[in-house]
Design a protein around this ligand. Structure first.
Ligand code: FES
Length: 165
């Protein structure tokens, strides 16, 4: 559900668009920002604010992989396991990653809620497999050691301030 602050921010954004519907991605970004996924209430609020139907907004959410309808970790790790990457070992790399993170082979969200790991199809870096997109940032030529180091660094960054003071 959009907060008062979210609604004010959305109102400011809407002033820039002659057609409210053009702001749908900005509105969905705002609605998803805090908890990293969209509820049915969020989608209904966005539809109402932009004079769209709930079905239209659902269709847009379904089209963009970065718009999430399931609870998602703070860091979304998307590993390409499409055929060209699989031929370079990306599917085995993915299963090992899931295992080390305590997840089933198909992926999921870590117990601490920080990481969601999932398979995706081509992210246009086929010659650099195994490749992962972590919150839109590309990591190429990955090894088990490299991805573990990235995850450890992100986990440490997330707990900074929580343990301090
Ligand atoms: S098939 Fe994996 S990045 Fe293209």
């Amino acid at each position: 559900m959009l907060s008062q602050a979210d609604r004010r921010e959305l109102d400011d954004i809407l002033k820039k668009y002659p057609d409210k519907r053009s702001a749908v991605l900005s509105a969905l970004y705002i609605a998803q920002r805090e908890k990293n996924y969209l509820t049915d209430d969020d989608i209904r609020d966005v539809a109402q604010a932009l004079d769209m139907t709930v079905t239209e907004v659902h269709a847009i959410v379904g089209f963009y992989t970065l718009l999430r309808k399931e609870p998602t970790g703070k860091y979304l790790i998307q590993v390409c396991t499409d055929l060209p990457c699989a031929l370079r070992g990306a599917d085995d790399f993915y299963r090992r990653l899931c295992r080390r993170q305590g997840l089933p082979p198909e992926g999921g969200t870590t117990e601490d809620g920080l990481f969601t790991v999932e398979e995706v199809v081509c992210v246009a870096a086929c010659d650099k497999a195994p490749v992962a997109q972590i919150n839109l940032e590309y990591h190429e030529h990955l090894t088990d050691e490299k991805i573990d180091a990235i995850i450890a660094e992100l986990r440490e960054k997330s707990t900074e301030g929580v343990t301090a003071g």
